[in-house]
Design a protein around this ligand. Structure first.
Ligand SMILES: [Zn+2]
Length: 158
C-alpha cells in the first residue's frame, strides 16, 4: 500500500467521523418545530398554535384572559381572569369592587365557558355596554371594550 492511499483512507475516516458527530449534535428530536417570530406557542405542550385556535388542539391549553382598565377608579390596572366567575359590583364580595354610584351592588359578571368568556348583566340599573352597545349577555372577543358605570376595560387574550 502506498503512503498516498493510507492518507486517503485516514482522511476519509476522519470526514466520516466528523459527519457522525455533526449529525448526532443536531439533537435526537429533529421533528420538534422551532416557533418562528409572531407564532403563538402553547403554554401547555409548547407546540405551535395556529392563529385561528382559541385553545391548543393538542392538549386543550387556553391562554389566560385579562381586563385592562382604561377609565374609572381601576384605570391602568390589569385583572387576570383566573377564576371561573369574575363579578363586578359596588359592594364587597365582588371580584372587582367599583366605588361608583352608577354601579349596582351586583352589576355584572364574566363566566369562563370552556375556552370562552361570557359577560352577563346581573340586572343592573344602568346596564353593561360592550363597544358602545348595551348588552344583556355577550361572548367576549379580544379587543372588546366593556363599560360598567364610569369604568371602561379592554378584554384581552395573550
Ligand atoms: Zn398544547
Amino acid at each position: 500500500m502506498t503512503a498516498g492511499a493510507l492518507v486517503g483512507i485516514i482522511v476519509g475516516v476522519a470526514i466520516f467521523l466528523l459527519f457522525c458527530i455533526w449529525f448526532l449534535g443536531r439533537g435526537g428530536t429533529p421533528s420538534t418545530p422551532k416557533p418562528k417570530a409572531g407564532q403563538r406557542v402553547c403554554g401547555g405542550c409548547q407546540r405551535v398554535m395556529l392563529p385561528a385556535w382559541t385553545k391548543c388542539l393538542f392538549c386543550g391549553w387556553a391562554p389566560a384572559a385579562r381586563l385592562e382598565f382604561i377609565l374609572g377608579p381601576m384605570a391602568n390596572q390589569v385583572l387576570v381572569l383566573a377564576e371561573e366567575v369574575t363579578t363586578i359590583g359596588s359592594v364587597a364580595g365582588n371580584t372587582v369592587v367599583l366605588a361608583d354610584p352608577a354601579v349596582s351592588r351586583k352589576h355584572a359578571g364574566i363566566r369562563k365557558v370552556e375556552s370562552n368568556y361570557e359577560l352577563a348583566d346581573f340586572g343592573s340599573t344602568n346596564g353593561v355596554y360592550v363597544n358602545g352597545q348595551k348588552v344583556p349577555k355577550k361572548t367576549l372577543e379580544p379587543g372588546d371594550i366593556i363599560r360598567v358605570g364610569n369604568t371602561e376595560a379592554v378584554f384581552k387574550r395573550e
